[in-house]
Design a protein around this ligand. Sequence first.
Ligand SMILES: [Fe+2]
Length: 277
Amino acid sequence: MQTLVIKKKKLNLKEFVQRRANENDCSTLLKDEFKLVDEESGKIVCLYVKPTEDEASFNSLFDACTKIKYEENFRTSGLKTTSRIFGYNPRNAIRKDFCAATSLANQDPINHNKIMSGGALAAKYYALYNKELYEEHLNTTKEKVVKDFKFNELPFTSGIVNDNNPLSYHFDSGNYKEVWSAMIVLKKNIGGGYLSMPEYDVTCEVANHSIFYFDGQNILHGVTPIKKLTPDARRFSIVYYSLRAMWNCEPLRDEIARARMRREAVETRRLKGIKVT
Ligand SMILES: [Fe+2]
């Protein structure tokens, strides 16, 4: 595996954030496995692997990705994205004020489990190439996240499956600080769909059956246009990450009791507010 030592450029982020990523934004396109070391910090900031021994796992994930029902969203940049979240969700005061499994777990448990099982593949090369960070990450999850909301013995809490989504430049948000997310890429008859990181002036091919690791909160990134080479072409990315808000979750039973009490308090206030004259 090649090691690249690169100084992070200070870009005018306003020129990039929410702009669509293009293949010519960076001068180097990387197609082979690499580790990218930040020249100043000396830390490995990205890792790209193309495992050859995990075909069965990749194929099972591809199969699950083709069967999942996706949801369409519009990003603030106006780009339409088709995706589905999996794993665990933190409290959301408006939609669902308790920590819980995502709706996919209930609606499609078989494929949800297949995607969750891919977490072990995502963890494998993280642990192999960056043991120190992996263990720190895993220990944080062990300490801060209650058992109900953990992937078995893995550092991740949650994730998203993207279906053919080019993504404008952005920073991720909501994750633990300074840990990696893992992106598994599955492609069939696709051109483009590369991961562009203009601060390091590199674009990574993210080939079929590859895994890309990085801290997406610290590195600006976007996905270049995706070209379907045949009518049945597909490109999926499955991103495994760890949400900081999961640290606030209590065991499921306590989460439900807390949400119920809060709801009762709100409804009681409403009733008291009604004045019949
Ligand atoms: Fe991202």
